[in-house]
Design a protein around this ligand. Sequence first.
Ligand code: GDP
Length: 691
Amino acid sequence: MMVLTKKMIEIRSILQKVGQSSTLTLPSIVVIGSQSSGKSSVLEAIVGHEFLPKGSNMVTRRPIELTLVNTPGSTEEYGEFPDLGLKHINDFSSIQRTLTDLNLAVPDSECVSHEPIQLTIYSPNVPDLSLIDLPGYIQVVGQNQPLQLKQKISELCDKYIQAPNVILAISAADVDLANSTALRASRRVDPRGERTIGVITKMDLVDSVRGAAILNDKQYPLRLGYVGVVSRAPHSQGLFKMGSSNLLATITKNENSFFSSHPMEYGPEAGVSVGTTTLRKKLMHVLEQTMSSSLQSTSDAIRQELEEATYEFKVQYNDRPLSAESYLAESLDALKHSFKQLTEEFGRPQMHEILKSELDQKVLDLLAARYWNKPITDLLPPPTETNKIADLPKADADSLYWRRQLDASSSALTKLGVGRLATTVVATAIQDNVEALLDRSSFSNHPFARSAIMDAASTILNERFYSTSDQVENCIKPYKFEIDIEEREWTQGRQHVSDILKKELNDCETALSSLETTVGGRRKLREVMSFVDKARKGDVVVEGDGRSGAGGFSASLLSKGREAVFLRDRADIIKLRLMAVKSKQCANLKNKYQCPEVFLDAAASKLASTAVLFLNVELLSEFYYNFPRELDLRLGKHLSDADVERFAKEDPKIRRHLEVIRRKELLELVLEKMESLKQLEGLERERLASN
Ligand code: GDP
């Protein structure tokens, strides 16, 4: 029939994609022999090209799984390394170089590797065969080779010469068969010689009578017999380098003339098999037979593997269908859905809040710089029964000095670059929101897509950044000259700023008590604080450079002490100012010079509200409109299938899910093919029987 091997080779290449083909290897012909037995020459004669690595330095270090695919009707001959994605290599010397590189990549210290190299050769001149070339057995371990090398090679070969593989045991005619390592190895696993083909090379090196005796060997009888060959092309090592495309023809011609010159020993009557052509035919026939007899067991193995995959799919994934595209589409939909929610939750009020709190910080800084370091007690409200500041002097709040102070402060506030600040703060908040969305989405497990999405967000924001920030700056311009505060705004500002001051006071006190803990107690902190106070007044002298410490305190303790004094003073001032803000005096908008905290807070609110109006139109709405579109652009139709696959497989859970589905599908396909092969085989058998 001779199509079985071809079909099985096709099936094998599908099974290789399943990934777990170790349990599912279809029969191959495994080539073993000692170094220099002529193993490479035989393989090259079969292929018709020189393509195997040459050299004395142990050039075959990995198994080469060689698949030959007959392509009738084509004139092209080429090789492919499917694992490496190397396709359509027409130049056989380039195949040879690649094989050499792959072999030499195995370090000298290891010398052999179990990891196979896959090579497929397509040609109208090769038979459909699947061969495995293994490192040659060695007799003596070389100088810089590991001592266990002999054993390592032997173990590697043993792995491959198991049933149902066919063993091609190569021995040279000029070496006693009793010394053939290949035959000895094959005996161990195939004691009755049922699946071993003996190849005797270098027949030209022995006398023909002896040669015929070897081929008729009775000491190591093999059911599949021996074939004698002369597979070295004449001249191939001479000055005249063979054109490799007619290697087989040259070898055949050479063999024919050699064997026909000894008709008594090698002629048709002699009952021996000789010649590379005979060997090729034999290999095809034997492999076909082996494939045929292993059809049932192979399809049983595939069926079992399929059952396992089906079970895993059901139990682990609840039979839930999934594809890389559907996964991406669902993930995108879910992200867009939660983005929609975000657009409802994050709007003007939220922008106002974050911007205002940023401005609050600026206001506090201004107050600290312009008011709280001055004899602020001058600005105290008139004493009442409840406040205890009656004995403090009171300044003339209407003096030009305090007017100028407030004007300068509000001008500093409006000129601090509100446009840029507001745009930055809001853009950052948008980006943080998107990041939080991503963290909660299935994209959190996809670094590649995640960064593409973040990039989409920042691209949109960056594009709008400068124009937005200019617009905002422009629209707050009038406030740089004058800020009119209304009664309502004043009341709100007064309430708000007292909350801010309370919080600031609380922060100071918390920091102070945590300092107490770090220095080892309140008493200790008090001592060092009083030393710092005295030093400030000049009552004591801080010796040295201050870094090495003074007054019996270490430098670090002193610096903690200074920090504590600062916090205490700030807390004291804030307490006083809080009292002022709450006083009747500050309830009245007219007393704005006495109440800079309230005024600046109200001014900051005005700035924030105006900025937000523009930010909403220029930045937020634009972003909300463009972002989903940008997502589609970057993760939608523009991605190649390979990218979509890569994306989906980034998530280990999804990868396993997809893999089990793919395995199941491939195994189903293979099984179907196997079933029809079996039927075909049955028909063929019936046909033969009826003839
Ligand atoms: P490998 O190490 O087993 O792969 O052996 P090679 O195929 O590289 O052959 C080893 C040496 O034997 C090379 O010099 C070949 O040219 C030579 N050789 C291979 N086959 C024959 C043959 O049939 N006759 C002769 N005379 N030499 C051969």
